[in-house]
Each structure stands twice: as C-alpha cells, then as structure tokens.
Design a protein. Structure first.
Length: 147
C-alpha cells in the first residue's frame, strides 16, 4: 500500500511494534497490531465478555481505548525516531452498539505536523464476514521528546 506520507524514521514499523508491545492496556484487552503503514495502523481485539457493559456490548471505554491507540500509533509512524507519542485530546462518536465477534480500529493521520498531529479512527465490528462501522474518533497527538 502506498502512502501519501514520508516517515521521518525509516525503521518506524519496528519502533511502533516495540512501543505497542510495551502498552500494558493493549495486553490487558488482548489487542494486536494488525497493520502498520506510514500514517495508518490497524488494531484488533476479539470479543471478550470481560470487556462488556451490562447488555453484552463492548464497553464504550474499551472502544475509546482501542481507537485512541490507533490514532496515536498512526501519528507515531510519522514522528522522528527519538519521539514518544502522547494524546492531547480526542472526541468520540458512538454510532451503534459494539456487537460483533471481532473489532478493528483503523487509525489514519489527517494532518501531520512537526510536533502536533491530527488523526482519525474508525472502529468496525466484524461478524459473519461483514464489517459494521460502530464508532469514530478524532484525536490530537503530540510528539514528546526526551529532556
């Protein structure tokens, strides 16, 4: 897949994978990094009863968590090698109940900057070979540098 973005770090894929593996919350929800491209990532989780609200849908907080990481890591792909990523803010729209066998958050950079990035994420529920858009997020991320 070609990208409109040119990463500042040629080893960005390995840097993203390493950082993702260090996120304890992603381990807790059994998330996996499915795709890493310049300015775009996909993060997946299986349906887990432990992550649901009272009606059996994946909790909105879990939806926000996976989309936040998708937005952040999409931005992180375009940051310099020495940078870390930190969320400044996000806005989420919950479009449908999070019902499905599997969930995929697709994060994409919309506006890269030197230190501030804007990304968007879409969360899809997958069941019986079909994807349903269930939530969206717009996030603002910041490149953080060691002192």
């Amino acid at each position: 897949m070609s990208s409109q973005f040119k990463p500042r770090d040629p080893d960005y894929k390995n840097r993203v994978k390493k950082s993702f593996s260090e996120q304890k919350v992603m381990q807790t929800i059994n998330a996996s990094l499915a795709t890493v491209d310049a300015g775009r990532v996909e993060i997946e989780i299986p349906y887990q009863l432990e992550l649901t609200q009272q009606d059996g849908f994946i909790h909105a907080g879990i939806s926000a968590t996976i989309m936040d990481s998708a937005c952040g890591y999409a931005a992180f792909t375009l940051m310099p090698a020495e940078a870390r990523v930190l969320t400044i803010e996000f806005k989420i729209n919950l479009l449908a109940p999070a019902a499905g066998n599997h969930f995929c958050a697709v994060g994409q950079v919309r506006k890269p900057g030197r230190s501030v990035f804007v990304s968007e994420a879409e969360l899809f529920a997958r069941s019986d070979g079909t994807d349903k858009l269930i939530a969206t997020m717009t996030g603002t991320l910041m490149a953080v540098f060691p002192q």
